[in-house]
Design a protein around this ligand. Structure first.
Ligand SMILES: *[C@@H]1O[C@H](CO)[C@@H](O)[C@H](O)[C@H]1NC(C)=O
Ligand SMILES: *[C@@H]1O[C@H](CO)[C@@H](O)[C@H](O)[C@H]1NC(C)=O
Ligand SMILES: *[C@@H]1O[C@H](CO)[C@@H](O)[C@H](O)[C@H]1NC(C)=O
Ligand SMILES: *[C@@H]1O[C@H](CO)[C@@H](O)[C@H](O)[C@H]1NC(C)=O
Ligand SMILES: *[C@@H]1O[C@H](CO)[C@@H](O)[C@H](O)[C@H]1NC(C)=O
Ligand SMILES: *[C@@H]1O[C@H](CO)[C@@H](O)[C@H](O)[C@H]1NC(C)=O
Ligand SMILES: *[C@@H]1O[C@H](CO)[C@@H](O)[C@H](O)[C@H]1NC(C)=O
Ligand SMILES: *[C@@H]1O[C@H](CO)[C@@H](O)[C@H](O)[C@H]1NC(C)=O
Length: 831
């Protein structure tokens, strides 16, 4: 029998999953094992060949065999019918080995058969017809009903995984789907379009055909089922209420219910959003959706309100879009009219004709514009004084225009009237005050008190700013107005503007002051004419006449004055190589009195200049040097000859322009140059060159050469760049001494200047990189070696002294006095 079944063993390999014996995949000794077998497979399949060990000769199978699983005496385990996972998904069997007497000698051990699923069951909807309802405007994606199908196959495999789909939606307009289904859960919800467009008035019911497929809907071999879903669309009651009107300044007890919102289902949580971010939000909502105003509103503060009402589920998620609530605040007449200011001032000119407008009086009312609450009426309630009569003024009832009502006014009669205006709206009356000033017109000219202010004599050096004369005119127009203020002008005799007149605003007095220096030499006598005038123009037919003019004669006396230079600083420029006696500049001064002037210099600290005392010509008196003073400053003194010998000074600045007159030189102090002796390899050092002349310095193109040809065997100078060069040794064979190397420098200037500098290079023994020179053999700062030498010497001296003292102490043993050793004198550091 075993041989007939053998060809089938190959198939079994596909179904075996785990628990194979040591000896092989298909046979082995008795031990716990697990096998996986697909349901629905052909029967009489060999599962495994168990091998009996002596004394066992046969096997016994017990447990959930369901008469399907069998074992042959020789240990061949097989099954006889197709398995069905939906009947039993796992078979728990026990297998024991028996001896020839039928007694158990091994086991029993558990044998587990797992039945693997194949897709052998159709999905089926639990109902062939479903009914549901949805509110208009429900949130898209929020499930409002479920369809549910089952499939007996293993839900852990695709065979039991269901996929829902809406096949048909009736009616459908323009192919727009209003409903969607969750392809895993069967939850039905509205689409975005459905949420917006569903309307029970247009179409209250829809029918869907929904399919379900197993294999996750992904296989051509999946089974499917369909069901019919009827959906009723119900009206959405979550709607913004009509705008609310609230009368302002309500005295009713608050809060007052003003409107209501309601979610489609009970249990929603309501809240308001203060969209306008008011610091004190005057509305509230309760959990029935009733909205309240919590305090009296004030239209004059804010005439409308907009805010949002939201409905949320228990998790705080919005159930739908928030609703916008509009509140309009209705005006009541709760504001009296207000005056434009405490006192409104109008002016009226004398002699204006009856009916002339004096001004517009406008009060304000905060209540709603263009309603009876804010339309104002004006009435003149009083006039003070009632001189020369009452009723001098009128006011237009609605316009507020104030007019002259009876006659022209005269300031002489009364200069000021106080009016009381009563302003009224529907309910309130307010009293406001108006002042009317009668103002003068400029019909009077200023008249000088005297027409001739006589003669005055002043020295020409009279101080600037000093007042020399007070003039006075009077004006009969109203004081402190442009009609009476007086401006004084000098209309003749002061073309140079040496004088000015300022007016005292209180007294109208004119103060004549000196503005620029007087000058006897040009204007010894001046005939001055003043004019007095008003800033306001005169009324027609009135003109200034001779009484508005006054005269004055000013005599200026001569004062001996210092000579005057035309400028405070004279500047000149000359080349620094100018020959002695070269004219470098000139100065001139003039004496106002015309006396001759003599010139001299002061502050010529280098004695470079001299001045011609008669002509003011300045000459060089010595060689000049730009490198010493590039800008030479001296003072020029001009002294009048005769008179009081007054003098004045000016500065003379002489700029020296550069000439190439300096040879190049070393830029630094190159002392203490050394090379360690003996040289192990050729050495070199770098030096820098500079020049005092501007031009050479700007160009910085120096050339370098050895100063003596004989040095060429030992030394070499090579240029690095325009300012630096390198001095190198040509070999290592130098004596231990100081070498002086002359180097020829040229600045290549105009003209070229050549100079020789000497670099001192010491060849010496080195201690730790420093030059060691035997003490005393060298002038200058000691080297490290020298310092060590000094120190050793010092110790030696101390040692000698100590030795002497020690010997002396030995000698003096027994004596009481011990001499202190004297401080040893170290060698001075600088020898
Ligand atoms: C669908 O039906 C099954 C079996 O009755 C049940 O276990 C499951 O909870 C249902 N699903 C829904 C979403 O109602
Ligand atoms: C099933 O629905 C999910 C979202 O719910 C979607 O991502 C997926 O693509 C859908 N599967 C198919 C096959 O349409
Ligand atoms: C409310 O009205 C009363 C009189 O009607 C008034 O005195 C009060 O100022 C008003 N309040 C506001 C805020 O307008
Ligand atoms: C008008 O009123 C003002 C302020 O109250 C007062 O100073 C002035 O004297 C009054 N004028 C007349 C003419 O009564
Ligand atoms: C002023 O000076 C003039 C001469 O320029 C002279 O004729 C006149 O008399 C003098 N007036 C007085 C008041 O001294
Ligand atoms: C100038 O006019 C005034 C009146 O406006 C008059 O009193 C005065 O005499 C006049 N003066 C002359 C010089 O005519
Ligand atoms: C003096 O120098 C000025 C320039 O500073 C020149 O214009 C003038 O002619 C010179 N006068 C004489 C007399 O040299
Ligand atoms: C010239 O060479 C020296 C040394 O190499 C360097 O320090 C210096 O900056 C150089 N000068 C110019 C202008 O290149």
């Amino acid at each position: 029998m075993a041989s007939t079944l053998l060809p089938c063993l190959c198939l079994l390999t596909l179904y075996l999953a785990s628990g194979y014996g040591q000896e092989g995949k298909f046979s082995g000794p008795l031990k716990p094992m697990t096998f996986s077998i697909f349901e629905g497979q052909e029967p009489s399949q060999i599962i495994f060949q168990f091998k009996a060990n002596s004394p066992a000769v046969s096997f016994q199978l017990t447990g959930e065999t369901d008469d399907i699983f069998m074992i042959e005496g020789d240990g061949l385990l097989y099954y006889t019918r197709a398995l069905d996972r939906e009947t039993r998904a796992v078979h728990h069997l026990q297998l024991a080995a028996l001896d020839s007497h039928g007694s158990i000698v091994e086991g029993p051990v558990p044998i587990t058969i797992e039945v693997k699923d194949i897709n052998d069951n159709r999905p089926m909807f639990l109902q062939s017809r479903y009914e549901g309802s949805v509110r208009q405007n429900s949130r898209p994606g929020k499930p409002f009903m479920y369809v549910n199908a089952t499939d007996l196959d293993d839900p852990a495999t695709p065979n039991g995984q269901l996929f829902y789909q809406i096949v048909i939606q009736l009616p459908t307009v323009n192919n727009v789907m209003y409903f969607q289904i969750n392809n895993k859960t069967g939850a039905i919800s509205l689409t975005q379009e459905g949420s917006q467009e569903l309307d029970p008035v247009k179409n209250p019911s829809y029918n869907l055909v929904v399919s379900v497929k197993d294999m996750g809907g992904q296989s051509e071999n999946s089974f499917s089922d369909t069901t019919s879903v009827d959906i009723t669309v119900r009206e959405n009651i979550w709607k913004a209420p009509e705008p609310v009107e609230i009368t302002e300044n309500s005295t009713d007890p608050h809060p007052i219910r003003i409107t209501q919102v309601q979610w489609n289902d009970p249990g929603a949580h309501y809240s308001l959003t203060n969209k306008e971010k008011l610091p004190q939000f005057p509305f509230s909502i309760d959990q029935e959706g009733n909205i309240y105003v919590t305090r009296p509103l004030d239209r004059e503060e804010k005439d409308s309100h907009v805010f949002f009402a939201s409905a949320k589920d228990e998790n705080g998620r919005l159930l739908a879009f928030p609703l916008e609530i509009h509140v309009k605040v209705i005006d009541i007449n709760d504001n009296p009219p207000t005056c434009p200011s405490k006192m409104t001032v109008f002016e009226v000119q004398e002699n204006e004709i009856v009916g002339s407008s004096i001004g517009f009086f406008t009060a304000r009312d905060m209540d709603e514009a263009n309603t009876a609450n804010s339309i104002l009426k004006y009435r003149l309630a009083d006039q003070t004084p009632k001189v020369p009569s009452d009723g001098l003024f009128l006011i237009q009832e609605y316009e507020g225009k104030v007019q002259l009502g009876k006659q022209s006014l005269k300031k002489q009669d009364n200069p000021q009237y106080n009016l009381t205006v009563e302003v009224s709206d529907k309910d309130f009356k307010t009293l406001c005050f108006v002042q009317v000033n009668v103002i003068d017109i400029n019909d009077q000219i200023p008249i000088f008190e005297v027409s001739d202010y006589g003669n005055m004599t002043l020295p020409e050096d009279a101080a600037i700013g000093s007042t020399i004369l007070v003039i006075q005119a009077t004006d009969a127009d109203e004081p402190f107005t442009g009609s009476s203020k007086i401006l004084y002008k000098i209309v003749q005799g002061d073309a140079e503007g040496r004088l000015e007149v300022t007016t005292d605003p209180q007294t109208n007095a004119g103060y004549v002051k000196i503005k620029k220096p007087l000058d006897f030499e040009t204007e010894p006598v001046t005939s001055i004419v003043f004019q007095a005038e008003n800033p306001e123009p005169l009324v027609p037919n009135v003109m200034y006449n001779a009484s508005s003019f006054a005269s004055f004669k000013l005599f200026v006396t001569d004062v001996n004055e210092v000579p005057v230079f035309p400028q405070l600083i004279f500047q000149a420029k000359v080349s620094e190589d100018a020959a002695v006696g070269t004219r470098v500049g000139n100065v001139t001064a003039r004496d106002p009195e015309g006396l001759p002037v003599s010139y001299s210099l002061s502050g010529d600290k280098r004695g470079w200049l001299k001045i011609d005392s008669v002509t003011g010509e300045i000459l060089s008196a010595a060689p000049l040097d730009r490198e010493t003073e590039s800008l030479y400053r001296v003072r020029v003194v001009a002294t009048e000859i005769g008179g009081s010998s007054l003098s004045s000074t000016a500065d003379f600045h002489l700029a020296l322009t550069d000439v190439n007159d300096n040879p190049p030189r070393l830029a630094k102090d190159y002392t203490g140059l050394f090379f360690c002796h003996p040289l192990s390899s050729p050495e070199s050092l770098i030096f820098e060159v500079t020049d005092d002349d501007q031009q050479s310095l700007w160009r910085s193109q120096f050339t370098f050469a050895l100063g003596r040809e004989s040095l060429q065997n030992d030394w070499e100078v090579s240029k690095i760049n325009g300012t630096h060069a390198r001095l190198s040794t040509k070999h290592t064979n130098f004596e231990e001494r100081v070498y002086e190397i002359p180097i020829l420098l040229n600045d290549k200037g105009q003209p070229p200047m050549e100079g020789t500098v000497v670099l001192s290079v010491t060849f010496c023994k080195c201690v730790e990189g420093s030059c060691f020179r035997p003490a005393g053999s060298h002038d200058g700062i000691p080297t490290v070696g020298m310092a060590v030498g000094i120190l050793l010497t010092t110790f030696l001296v101390i040692g000698v002294i100590l030795a002497v003292v020690f010997i002396r102490m030995k000698k003096d043993e027994g004596k009481d006095n011990i001499e202190n050793p004297k401080s040893p004198e170290a060698r001075p550091l600088r020898s």
